[in-house]
Design a binder for this molecule. Structure first.
Ligand SMILES: NC(=O)c1ccc[n+]([C@@H]2O[C@H](COP(=O)([O-])OP(=O)(O)OC[C@H]3O[C@@H](n4cnc5c(N)ncnc54)[C@H](OP(=O)(O)O)[C@@H]3O)[C@@H](O)[C@H]2O)c1
Length: 188
């Protein structure tokens, strides 16, 4: 009998003061990259067993090529190999479950780190055991931006996490001078 699926799902994002994860053209600006947050993010991904993201999101770190990942795309009907990355599985949720995608990737236990974009976060909103919300409280992106989750900025990212049963448990200051911190939003 197949083993039960026991993946622990975590989320990671950094947003501006008003909840944006990218500029209005969908590009993450350099102003949202903070060394302390990048270090936090990199060590979290080093500890994860699987990375999950949409086709336009990629962490671009030195150890990225070694990481097993699932990339959401409508370019496949269900599941397939990524011709450009032997450690990546292409996944279309319209044709296969997340559990199937994990099996295709060869990872069915441990931690899956979901790293965006907004629609991908939304898909996992009721399944996150913890969501690590980094925020640059002193930064707004000129010209508006792309909200961290669908529904931002009409609602704050915090309101959305809370509506999905997550609660803020601990906040770590990452860069006091530039007012960047990360809060763990946990379930239960
Ligand atoms: N600040 C942060 O922490 C952070 C985090 C994540 C992303 N970002 C930034 O946000 C921007 C990316 O935004 P984005 O909305 O384009 O993100 P994305 O989710 O990475 O990419 C969107 C693409 O992913 C695929 N996809 C998404 N949802 C899908 C679904 N339900 N079914 C099938 N395929 C699906 C589609 O690919 P196909 O077109 O191939 O079908 C879609 O065009 C980038 O600039 C990125 O750097 C920032």
């Amino acid at each position: 009998m197949a083993k039960p699926h026991v993946m622990r799902i975590e989320g990671y994002v950094i947003v501006s003061a008003d909840g944006m994860l990218a500029d209005a053209s969908g590009v993450m600006p350099a102003s949202l990259k903070f060394e302390a947050d990048q270090r936090f993010f990199e060590s979290a991904l080093d500890a994860a067993d699987l990375i999950v993201h949409g086709r336009n999101s990629f962490e671009d770190q030195p150890r990225s090529p070694q990481r097993t990942r699932i990339i959401l795309t409508r370019s496949v009907a269900a599941l397939g190999p990524d011709p450009s990355n032997p450690k990546a599985t292409l996944w279309n949720p319209a044709g296969a479950s997340f559990e199937d995608a994990c099996r295709h990737a060869g990872i069915t236990t441990g931690t899956a780190a979901v790293i965006g974009g907004p629609d991908v976060f939304e898909m996992f909103m009721d399944r996150f055991e913890v969501f690590w919300l980094s925020q640059a409280h002193g930064l707004t992106i000129p010209g508006g931006g792309m909200g961290g989750f669908p529904g931002v900025p009409q609602r704050s990212p915090q309101d959305i996490l809370s509506a999905h049963g997550l609660k803020p448990e601990e906040t770590r200051v990452l860069d006091a001078e530039r007012r960047v911190d990360v809060t763990a939003w946990r379930r239960g």
